[in-house]
Design a protein around this ligand. Structure first.
Ligand SMILES: [Zn+2]
Length: 279
């Protein structure tokens, strides 16, 4: 990380700006944090800048993709007027807007979206951003933050399973879905990606990303499955059934193992019996 000392400048917008540069595999990427006047805001900006300088090289490594954008990472301190009830959002060229109370995992998640352009399927983008965040936080020696990412994904998933409103993730859109389905989808997408990670390792997820990146088209759910089959040499029909495409569940994560044959709501009941012992 190269922090430009004395780079705090007064921006026309009323923000102050702190900037630096991160050395990635093939290039240097500029990082800036725009923050409000005030001691606490300055402390926040320093924290975010150093978090990003540590997280970006790891995000590049974990996603398997070189930093893909032709502009740097620009963070803006946000208020409720900017982002509403959310803690932040990635507006691509217009920067990443983050409330100062947002968790580190939230900041890393939004930054991880710089590496999720391989698809416009929400489960691929959100599941990837969350699994990268989970692994990057672990590698940054922040096991509690990493645990929070996994724990809240599983908690959302189980919380909504009890309504027996499970649905396959293909076509899920958290922007238009009702809140309940939006949260459920995030949880389910993480659990699916976590299952891929446990079964095949992060190297395979990176391989899928590179495979898709080379093709230069946004992957559909089917395209992602094909790339995964190419990289692993295995048929993925069973794995995607129930999770991504409609059908019976044939593969479950190791963390949760219902017994016997199950489908749809039956699966839910069996999982729930196990799960409520845990949460
Ligand atoms: Zn996201």
């Amino acid at each position: 990380m190269d922090k430009n000392d004395g780079s705090v400048i007064e921006a026309e917008t009323g923000y102050k700006r702190m900037s630096g540069e991160v050395r990635l595999r093939d290039r240097k990427v500029g990082v800036e944090v725009n923050y409000f006047h005030g001691l606490r805001d300055r402390g926040w900006a320093e924290h975010v800048l150093s978090l990003l300088c540590d997280a970006l090289p790891l995000l590049e490594k974990v996603s398997g993709l070189p930093y893909p954008r032709d502009y740097g990472v620009r963070i803006y301190e946000a208020t409720a007027e900017d982002v509403g009830r959310n803690d932040g959002e990635n507006r691509e060229r217009e920067g990443i807007w983050i409330k100062p109370q947002a968790f580190d995992s939230y900041i890393v998640h939004e930054t991880a979206h710089c590496f999720t352009d391989i698809s416009d399927e929400s489960w691929i983008m959100e599941g990837s951003a969350d699994i990268y965040t989970y692994i990057v936080l672990q590698r940054m020696n922040k096991p509690r933050d990493a645990g929070g990412v996994k724990g809240s994904a599983f908690a959302e998933y189980y919380k909504y399973l009890k309504f027996e409103e499970d649905f396959p993730l293909d076509g899920w859109d958290p922007m238009t879905a009702e809140v309940k389905r939006a949260y459920y989808g995030y949880g389910k997408a993480f659990i699916f990606m976590h299952m891929l990670y446990k079964k095949y390792g992060i190297g395979v997820i990176g391989g899928v990303n590179r495979n898709l990146h080379k093709r230069g088209v946004k992957a559909s759910s089917g395209g992602y499955k094909l790339a995964l089959e190419e990289v692993t040499g295995k048929n993925m029909d069973d794995l995607f059934s129930g999770w991504i495409f409609p059908g019976e569940y044939k593969v479950m994560p190791d963390d949760v193992k219902p017994v016997g044959k199950y489908a749809g709501s039956d699966l839910n009941r069996k999982i729930l019996q196990k799960v409520f012992e845990k949460f």
